[in-house]
Design a binder for this molecule. Structure first.
Ligand SMILES: [Zn+2]
Length: 410
């Protein structure tokens, strides 16, 4: 049998310049053998996967792709073929969108395909949960809970059932650890015997005024789809806060929620969100702010240096439609990752800070992408970046009235 390398070289010679030649120059058996072998190899950064599916007749390669989907080999090549297949033929998965779990075809894409057929997806995920083990089992549970709030009690009972006391046998302990870890990745944990979600279902996108975000793709940032709330909200600029030693300090104002939109887990009717960008830039871990009843915001730190504020403006909030409830970083080119409430957009592994007063995990409140304009240049630019261009996250503990800010990037 010819090696995949030989096949790749022959394909490379014609795939860009003479794609019409592929069918006369290769046989069906060669394509079948190639896919089977290539699926077990590491990623080929020439990405021939998509072209193989595009250039050869569908009936030459479909049985091979179906064999991969069935055998689920844990190999990069297989994942690349599935990824190419999902992009080329999303409709193939309409009857079984849950089968996409575990293939790494993108978190947001997977969630959207589940949301497209919620009834089919729910049933498939439940079946997958009941019939599989370890990571697959809790991966299915996490997606089931995210997809539909009414499934959360079911997932909570399942998590409670595998939560074992100290001294339990190794297998039981392992299952508990996998279950807790996997669900925590999606913001879930057991709290007083039921499933607690560290993000509110209510999701809004920020809509910026025309031209505010400079050279970024405009449509999603200025007129994201969804129902627009009647109020406008103050964004950017600076405000006075207090340091832990009682000194007046300048804080950068992010946004004032006045009124606080519904469903965010905030009991106040008005909330000012601000932080020290200097502190935030300096520390990769979360920094915390106390919101006093008189409106004063107090930092934990005793020193705060100044940093240019975001250019003041007014933003609107748009109630996000289903297809934008779940987004992830780097998955689309024209995404709006300025989100209030909803599922947080982490660049790396999810990380929810614990409240410095009560010790409980805080609720996600705001995700702010890089690219906001500063009032004055910093390090030669007025375009603010979180590290190499990541996303900042705001969190809230309602009983303690404490906010927390952190960011992550690649
Ligand atoms: Zn707290």
């Amino acid at each position: 049998m010819a090696t995949t390398r030989d096949f790749d070289e022959r394909l490379d010679e014609i795939r860009y310049n003479n794609p019409a030649l592929v069918t006369p120059q290769f046989s069906r058996d060669e394509v079948v053998a190639y896919i089977a072998a290539k699926a077990l190899e590491k990623t080929d950064f020439g990405y021939p996967y998509r072209d193989v599916l595009k250039l050869f007749p569908r009936d030459w390669w479909l049985p091979s792709i179906e064999a991969i989907l069935k055998a689920r080999p844990n190999a990069e090549g297989a994942r690349n073929f599935v990824d190419a297949f999902v992009k080329a033929e999303p409709a193939y998965f309409a009857e079984a969108p849950h089968e996409l779990l575990g293939w790494n075809v993108g978190f947001a894409r997977t969630m959207r395909m589940l949301q497209d057929r919620p009834d089919v997806a729910r049933e498939g995920l439940r079946r997958m949960f009941e019939s599989s083990k370890d990571f697959d089992r809790w991966h299915a549970a996490g997606h089931l809970a995210m997809l539909d709030a009414s499934e959360e009690p079911y997932v909570g009972r399942a998590l409670e059932a595998v939560t074992v006391p100290d001294g339990a046998d190794e297998a039981a302990k392992k299952e508990m650890i996998v279950a807790q870890w996997m669900l925590r990745e999606y913001g879930y944990e057991l709290r007083a015997g039921s499933l607690h979600r560290a993000w509110p279902r209510a999701t809004y996108h920020l809509a910026f005024p025309l031209g505010y975000l400079g050279g970024r793709p405009k449509e999603m940032l200025e007129t994201p789809p969804g129902d627009v709330l009647p109020s406008t909200f103050t964004f950017g600029g600076s405000i006075e806060g207090r340091s832990s030693s009682g000194e007046r300090v300048r804080l950068e104002h992010f946004m004032t929620l006045d009124p606080v939109p519904e469903g965010l887990g905030i009991s106040a009717s008005r909330l000012v969100l601000a932080a020290s960008l200097w502190t935030l830039e300096d520390e990769r871990t979360a920094s915390f702010y106390r919101h006093h009843p008189d409106g004063t915001i107090e930092t934990e730190s005793d020193t705060v240096a100044s940093h240019p504020a975001f250019r003041p403006t007014q933003v609107r909030l748009v109630r996000s439609p289903a297809m934008y409830l779940f987004q992830s970083w780097g998955e689309g080119t024209d995404e709006n990752l300025y989100r209030l409430g909803g599922y947080p957009v982490f660049v790396q592994s999810p990380s929810y800070p614990k409240c410095i007063d009560c010790g409980l995990r805080m609720l996600h409140l705001l995700s702010l992408d890089s690219g906001l304009p500063l009032e004055e240049p910093r390090q030669g630019t007025t375009e603010h970046a979180w590290g190499s261009g990541g996303v900042a996250h705001g969190f809230w503990c309602d009983p303690c009235r404490i906010s927390a800010w952190s960011w992550d990037c690649t």
